[in-house]
Write a protein that binds this ligand. Structure first.
Ligand code: CDP
Ligand code: CDP
Length: 197
């Protein structure tokens, strides 16, 4: 069976958490596409060469989850040749046999416009920054400023800007715990699978 669940949304909205849970529930493979951009940013040097030469071991680096790695990722993610170098890998993953969940910024709009399910997961910037701060600590005002800066860059870039696909189901998790957000996402996927018979 080929079945793609595309999950997009701004930083710390809960895309990865929902993506992992949906993948586990349906036995699908899961790809956190943000990790690809984080790995390119962390490699340093020429970002286009880094993207073209990306290997699985690059995704295993320990420092990819930091705020700094997130900022570096969103800078290299604005370069069209960097994005182009990563398209094929993501599309192959999305349409592989057995079902796949991909989360990122442009999965439903650019990488997999034919995805069977598109979710746009969001929450207020304050709520998202608080969630990220619980993970990374430090100064919460700085985490909020970085979240806002990254959102503005991701939404404002010319190539594959962050936006909800027209046919995406929008899930605003500002007032939802993880359990409720995951249950709603699973319900959307289950309904779509049933609809296909
Ligand atoms: O992948 P993305 O950056 O969108 O977010 P994440 O890493 O999945 O989630 C960020 C944090 O928010 C995690 O610690 C989650 O446990 C928490 N969280 C959530 O994902 N969803 C909620 N409804 C509430 C909290
Ligand atoms: O987990 P969080 O939402 O904070 O970030 P991420 O998903 O790891 O993505 C890091 C950065 O990579 C984003 O701010 C985007 O600039 C970029 N990205 C992208 O442009 N396209 C994607 N499909 C995924 C990530």
């Amino acid at each position: 069976m080929i079945f793609t669940v595309a999950i997009d949304g701004p930083a710390a909205a809960g895309k990865g958490t929902i993506g992992r849970a949906v993948a586990a529930r349906f036995g699908f493979a899961h790809l956190d596409t943000g990790l690809l951009y984080r790995a390119v940013g962390a490699k340093g040097g020429d970002p286009v060469a880094a993207a073209e030469g990306l290997v699985p071991a690059d995704l295993e680096r320990g420092d990819l989850r930091s705020l700094e790695a997130g900022q570096a990722a969103s800078k290299v993610a604005a370069i069209p040749q960097v994005r182009a170098a990563l398209v094929e890998f993501q599309r192959r993953f999305a349409r592989a046999e057995g079902g796949a969940v991909l989360d990122g910024r442009d999965i439903g709009t650019v990488i997999c416009p034919e995805a069977e399910v598109k979710l746009y997961v969001t929450a207020s910037a304050e709520v998202r920054a608080h969630r990220r701060w619980l993970e990374v600590g430090g100064d919460e005002a700085r985490v909020l400023a970085e979240v806002r800066e990254r959102d503005a860059r991701d939404m404002g870039r010319a190539d594959a800007p962050l936006r909800a696909a027209e046919d995406a189901v929008v899930l605003d998790t500002s007032a939802m715990g993880v359990e409720e957000a995951v249950a709603r996402a699973i319900a959307v996927v289950a309904a779509r699978m049933e609809g296909r018979g």
